[in-house]
Design a protein around this ligand. Structure first.
Ligand SMILES: [Mg+2]
Length: 249
C-alpha cells in the first residue's frame, strides 16, 4: 500500500541528493577558504564589464594575450541552457574568435564538459561546441579546481600534431562568478574579467547564496587595498580597463 509513496519519496530524495552533489562542491569550498587566507588577491578580477558584448577583443589581443576562455552559464547563456543568451552575445564570441583565432577560444563550464555531463556522453558540451563553434573543456573537478592541463588539452584539440607552447599568463578568463571564474583564473596565473550575470531569475538557491557571499568577500578584500595578481601584459590596470571597452563612434 505504501509502495508508490515510498517510490516517490525515494525518487525525490535521489533528485535532491543529485542536485546537492552538483551544486555543493566541498572541494571548491575548501579551495575558497584556503585562498581567502593565503592569497586573497585571487578574488579580485583585473577588469569588470557589463557583459562580453562591450569588450573590444581586437584591443584585448593587442596587449599580447593569445587565448580566451569563456564561462558558459550567465556569461554566454542563461543557466542550464546551451543556446546563446542573445544574438549580441553570440556575435561577440564570433568577434573574439576572429580576433584570436577560433582554435584559441574555448569554453570552460561547470555544467557542460563536467563529470556530470560525461555521464550523458558530453551532450551539453557537444551542443555548445556546435552553437558557438569553439571547443569546450572536459574536466574532472569543477572550477575553481579545473587544472591547467585540462585547459591546455582543450586548446590543443584542434591540432594535436602541432606543438603548442601554452602559458597561463597569455590566457584571459571571462566569467560571471568570483569563486568559479576569477579565483580559478587568478590562481592559475591567467588574466580575469568579471561580467555581470546575464539572468539570475532561474538560478537555484545555492548559487544565489554563493553570489551574495562572494560579493561580501570581494567588498571586504577591496577595503584592504589589495590588488589583482600581476600580469606581464598589463602594466597599467586603469588604462587596461578603459582601453578594452568598446567606444561608441
Ligand atoms: Mg557562470
Amino acid at each position: 500500500m505504501f509502495g508508490p509513496t515510498i517510490r516517490i519519496l525515494s525518487s525525490n530524495f535521489h533528485s535532491f541528493s543529485s542536485m546537492i552533489k552538483q551544486y555543493f562542491n566541498p572541494l571548491a569550498v575548501a579551495e575558497v577558504i584556503k585562498l581567502l587566507f593565503s592569497k586573497p588577491s585571487c578574488f579580485l578580477p583585473h577588469a569588470k564589464v557589463e557583459n562580453i558584448a562591450v569588450i573590444d577583443f581586437d584591443k584585448l589581443k593587442h596587449f599580447g594575450f593569445k587565448r580566451v576562455l569563456f564561462d558558459k552559464d550567465n556569461t554566454l547563456a542563461s543557466p542550464y541552457q546551451n543556446t546563446a543568451f542573445c544574438t549580441e552575445i553570440k556575435r561577440s564570441v564570433e568577434l573574439c574568435s576572429q580576433a584570436f583565432g577560433r582554435e584559441n577560444v574555448c569554453i570552460c563550464s561547470n555544467t557542460a564538459g563536467s563529470e556530470y555531463d560525461k555521464k550523458k556522453n558530453y551532450v551539453a558540451a557537444k551542443e555548445l561546441e556546435h552553437i558557438f563553434k569553439v571547443s569546450v573543456v572536459r574536466h574532472r573537478h569543477n572550477k575553481p579546481n579545473v587544472t591547467f592541463r585540462e585547459v591546455a588539452n582543450c586548446f590543443m584539440i584542434i591540432d594535436t600534431a602541432k606543438k603548442i607552447d601554452i602559458r597561463p599568463q597569455e590566457i584571459i578568463v571571462i566569467g560571471d562568478r568570483i569563486t568559479g571564474d576569477v579565483m580559478f583564473g587568478n590562481k592559475l596565473g591567467m588574466l580575469t574579467i568579471l561580467t555581470k550575470p546575464l539572468a539570475i531569475q532561474n538560478e537555484n538557491y545555492f548559487i544565489k547564496i554563493s553570489r551574495f557571499l562572494e560579493q561580501g568577500i570581494l567588498n571586504v578584500i577591496e577595503t584592504f587595498g589589495i590588488t589583482p595578481p600581476k600580469n606581464p601584459f598589463v602594466s597599467n590596470l586603469p588604462e587596461f580597463r578603459n582601453v578594452i571597452i568598446k567606444k561608441h563612434e
